[in-house]
Design a protein around this ligand. Structure first.
Ligand code: SF4
Length: 325
């Protein structure tokens, strides 16, 4: 017997949007019914979303961030043992970009720690130079960035330099951001940057973290906020608890709760790229394929900021196998 709420959710294939009430009922599903929910999400992905989308990131500036995000190893408010360095030279960035494109990874993102660039200062201009360098020297390259809060001025400059996607995560729901994530800024700083990017015609990549102490309702709220903001790519991270951060001892969220979350994000955002980002190999290990079949159509490969991932060849094989479902 298929759960009645899952049966009702099949009306999504008639082009109907599912109500928030139905989504909340689906989020209560437990046990073997979760597999039916996952299967539905995978079918929705196949019907409405793009095929698999793989990207990689390079941490071009690490640590020394004044913000106090509780999960983050790079915050000066935390005591994580990480490598800290200032902005990487463009030659080093170009070398990494060549490596990524040799592995046929379509998108390469430059990531900096820090509050961001509301002024086009010298460091921002160097980042823009590196973006141009990769575009000019690596044929067919798609360069993305994740460099914090922007102003209209800096968002416009990035648009003029043909940035492919800009990542700035909401991390959690609007209601819980101050409690669960950070106190030195608000989620509205993030939302403002998203709106400025959209206004300037830049595609936005924005998602969040599962496992920071949020409820399933908070996750649903975040999924709806992302839908309202019409972001293009939704990266979902599973918390990697890092020693020296306030989240170091946080218990791992159960796999079936994470799978349900992926499925629900797909049902709320049927056409978007939903990308499994941090935590895929390091935390989810044996279950990463299950989560990839729960409605995701993308993943991040090749290591994330201060934690490491699998090698790119293994991930290329993984991607080929996933395309068969
Ligand atoms: S998530 Fe970004 S803004 Fe927050 S502490 Fe880390 S580097 Fe800074």
């Amino acid at each position: 017997m298929i759960n009645k709420y899952i049966l009702e959710a099949y009306k999504i294939f008639e082009g109907k949007e599912l109500s928030k009430e139905l989504i909340e009922n689906l989020s209560e599903i437990k046990g073997e019914d979760v597999l039916d929910l996952i299967s539905l999400a995978n079918k929705v992905k196949n019907k409405y979303a793009e095929p698999m989308h793989v990207c990689t990131i390079m941490n071009v500036k690490s640590g020394m961030c004044n913000e106090d995000c509780k999960f983050c190893s790079q915050s000066l408010h935390n005591n994580a043992d990480i490598e800290r360095y200032s902005l990487s030279p463009k030659e080093q960035i170009l070398e990494q970009a060549h490596k990524a494109f040799n592995y046929n990874i379509k998108s390469f993102a430059l990531v900096t720690s820090g509050t961001g660039y509301r002024k086009a200062n010298a460091e921002f201009n160097k980042i823009v130079e590196s973006i141009d360098e990769v575009h000019n020297k690596v044929e067919g390259s798609r360069v993305c960035a994740s460099i914090g809060f922007l102003s209209d001025e800096t968002a416009k400059i990035l648009a003029e330099h043909n940035i492919s996607n800009y990542n700035i995560n909401l991390q959690t729901s609007v209601d819980e951001y101050g409690n669960l994530i950070a106190s030195t800024h608000t989620i509205f700083d993030r939302i403002e940057t998203i709106k400025l990017l959209k206004k300037n015609g830049v595609k936005v990549c924005s998602g969040g973290i599962i496992g920071v102490g949020e409820t399933i309702k908070n996750r649903i709220d975040m999924a709806y906020t992302l839908k309202e903001l019409d972001v293009d790519v939704i990266p979902l991270n599973v918390l990697v608890p890092i020693k020296g951060t306030p989240m170091e001892n946080r218990k791992q969220t159960d796999v079936y709760e994470i799978a349900k979350t992926f499925a629900i994000f797909r049902l709320i955002n049927p056409t978007k790229i939903i990308k499994f980002a941090a935590g895929r190999e390091t935390v989810m290990k044996d279950f990463q394929a299950l989560l990839m079949l729960s409605g995701a159509n993308g993943f991040l490969t090749g290591g994330y900021l201060t934690t490491r991932g699998r090698n790119s060849q293994e991930d290329q094989d993984f991607e080929q196998q996933l395309r068969m479902f």
